[in-house]
Ligand binder design. Sequence first.
Ligand SMILES: Cc1ncc(COP(=O)(O)O)c(C=O)c1O
Length: 361
Amino acid sequence: MKKLQRDAIDKLSPYVPGKPVAEVQREYGIADIIKMASNENPLGASPRAVAAVKKAAEQIYFYPEGSCFELRKAMAEHLQMPAETLIFGNGSDELLLLISQVFLNPQDEVLQGDPKLTFVEYKAVTTIADATPVIVEMKDFAYDLSAMAEKITPKTKVVFITNPNNPTGTMITKTELDEFLGKIPEDVIVILDEAYYEYVGRADYPESVEYVKQGKNVIILRTFSKIYGLAGIRLGYGIAKKELIDLLEKARQPFNVNLLAQAAGIAALKDNKFVEESKQVNNEGKRWLGDAFEAMGISFVASEANFILFDVKIEARPVTEALMKEGIIVRCIGTGTTIRVTIGTMQQNRRFISALKKVLK
Ligand SMILES: Cc1ncc(COP(=O)(O)O)c(C=O)c1O
């Protein structure tokens, strides 16, 4: 096998997803499992999207529309951006890989946060391209943009920023991002991964499409996996100036977004009711869980997303294992003593906290 593989593959390990419900059911013999591990929407999928998928199912003998024509039109209108500033992917994960294929030469440097405390896929796609990940330590669970700017060298090609960040939920403000982008050379591309964009309620969150309008080398990535509840159908999108999108389009697989995902996306975009309800449930759950952690003396990171990272101050793995036996799946992620929990419905949040109390006793 060693002779067959590319050398870069040695540096990779497979992505470890949150444990599937069926596996936990089988392993622990518990029927009633709550998955709070992958930042999915606890309300399910947008009902309008589900109806659209059912309707489109009859059409699956056709190839999908390669350019996502109707979805592109709907998104352009939604964002008030020209259609040619958009690209769609089989989840934003696919777009991360596409970015690495299109922009990274071997040995290019790629600035990113510590993969323990930010999204791990940046390191993976950098490594696949044989480029060099330049890891910048996080500060107080957040991106240290000054330290990042200092690490820029003539070899730097791409910078990955997650805002709000996963798994910490911390947010970079408009002022901070403006200042950082001001220090970035023109031949460096900044990826702003905004998978949790719709959840942010703060007024000082940057409206990043403005950077695209200003002609900066910025690619924004967003997804239908989170607030629209479409993680299983795989749909993400990118927003960037036309020149960058044109390059990405050259390497994109012709039918990368399936027909059902396109139908789901168009319908979900119109489902304001579902989005508002999802935000409301998330905000209520976030406040409640924060209060519960405080009452238990557990420190946590204030989050702008649909999850919270909390610190049990002991090895986290046995805690997540014990929670699983109580029917709660959460992710052991971060420092070794931290756990990320996806904010659920109030019923799920209550069950999670009572299980956590029992386990930590
Ligand atoms: C920061 C971040 N980026 C990208 C993704 C990938 O999202 P998608 O489901 O669109 O591939 C996730 C998923 O959890 C994420 O947290």
